[in-house]
Design a protein around this ligand. Structure first.
Ligand code: COI
Length: 357
């Protein structure tokens, strides 16, 4: 893949909106940084990207992504280092996954330079939006969608790739109450569950809302065949500590290969913990809880990072887990991960991409 330097046309905003933001009180996903990057795919090629003021897009009502869901996205974060530099966490992994998701949805491969150079230039321009406050970050949303104005069902010939960003604080404000889902499925073998495809999220809203109406924040998805094995929790991967061992479902065609998931497992191994990636049954979780061996449960994802699970509802019963403060593995890894992302601990896995200002 070419690593030539791209010329990116930039139309800066006349006046920044940053004064609207209170860095000490950031709501997730509501206030967007000044600029966005846009590149169109037409005539069989991705066109030179542009950076323009963040704003509405004009689309035909027949835009194919709206009707048939040919749309994929990523979520990634940038942090502020002590010296003011911007630190992106594992952006190449997001780039690769965007193309893996795109491949599943018949979206043409995006060149690395459009993603990486576009991202870097965008962040240089919107550097002031990367929060300096602990626990906050700039959430970055790259996405690609089909733009043919045609309502026949076929892969589109035209696409739009865009990156915008928004400063964020915590995604969840409290430890989660989750319930095991045994009726609806998120994905089935051979489906698109491993892709970060828009439709996976749309189809999950209804089952999630049913659980929310029963008093749970999120659900735990189970396998489509038997509803016996755990897959993910809400929009996150899920992990458990059973008798000192960190256990998580193996990724497959039905489970998203989370970048935070991989980071947590890698750090756990570095720290000397035993890690098992394997099938995890509901029965095992219930039995471990009964035996007093279910020590921790948490979700992992870019938006939430590590989201502690306080209660798991299963077979009509709420299983309450040990206090969050006493959870050694997840707390230690969350702390370590945070230090790496913000440049306070050595980056031994080359995860951090530094943009020096
Ligand atoms: C992320 O963690 O970035 C996600 O994909 C969750 C998001 C849908 C808010």
């Amino acid at each position: 893949m070419s690593t030539d330097t791209l010329t990116i046309n930039i139309q800066p905003v006349a006046k920044s909106r940053i004064s609207e933001l209170d860095f000490n009180n950031i709501e997730f996903g509501k206030i967007f940084s000044d600029h966005m990057l846009v590149s169109d795919y037409k005539n069989g090629a991705w066109q030179a990207p542009e950076i323009v003021p963040y704003g509405n897009m004009s689309l035909s009502p027949a835009t194919s992504a709206i009707h048939y869901g040919q749309s994929v996205f990523e979520g990634m974060k940038a942090y502020r280092a002590e010296n003011g530099d911007i630190l992106l966490f594992r952006p190449y992994d997001n780039y690769k996954r965007l193309n893996i998701s795109g491949d599943r949805m018949c979206i043409p491969e995006l060149p690395e330079e459009i993603f990486m150079q576009g991202l870097e230039q965008l962040l240089r321009l919107d550097a002031a939006w990367v929060p300096p406050t602990k626990g906050s970050a700039l959430y970055i949303r790259p996405f690609t969608f089909a733009t043919d104005d045609f309502i026949g069902v076929r892969p589109s010939s035209n696409y739009k790739f865009t990156i915008f960003s928004c400063p964020v604080g915590a995604y969840y404000n409290a430890p989660l109450r989750v319930a095991i889902e045994t009726k609806y499925v998120r994905s089935a073998e051979g489906g698109a569950g491993y892709a970060k495809a828009a439709g996976n999220y749309g189809a999950a809203l209804y089952p999630a809302r049913q659980m929310q109406e029963k008093g749970y924040h999120q659900l735990i998805w189970t396998d489509h065949k038997e509803h016996k094995y755990i897959e993910e929790s809400g929009t996150m991967n899920v992990m458990f500590v059973i008798d000192g061992v960190l256990v998580t479902p193996t990724t497959s065609t039905t489970i998203l290969s989370g970048i935070t998931r991989d980071s947590v497992l890698t750090l756990a191994r570095d720290l000397g913990y035993t890690v098992e990636e394997r099938r995890v049954s509901i029965d095992e979780i219930v039995a471990a809880h009964k035996a007093g061996k279910l020590q921790e449960a948490f979700g992992t994802g870019t938006a939430a990072t590590i989201a502690q699970i306080a209660t798991i509802h299963c077979n009509g019963e709420d299983l309450d887990l040990p206090e969050i403060e006493n959870r050694e593995i997840s707390n230690r890894i969350a702390d370590e991960l945070d230090k790496i992302k913000t440049g306070q601990a050595p980056d031994t896995h080359n995860w951090v991409y530094r943009i020096s200002l």
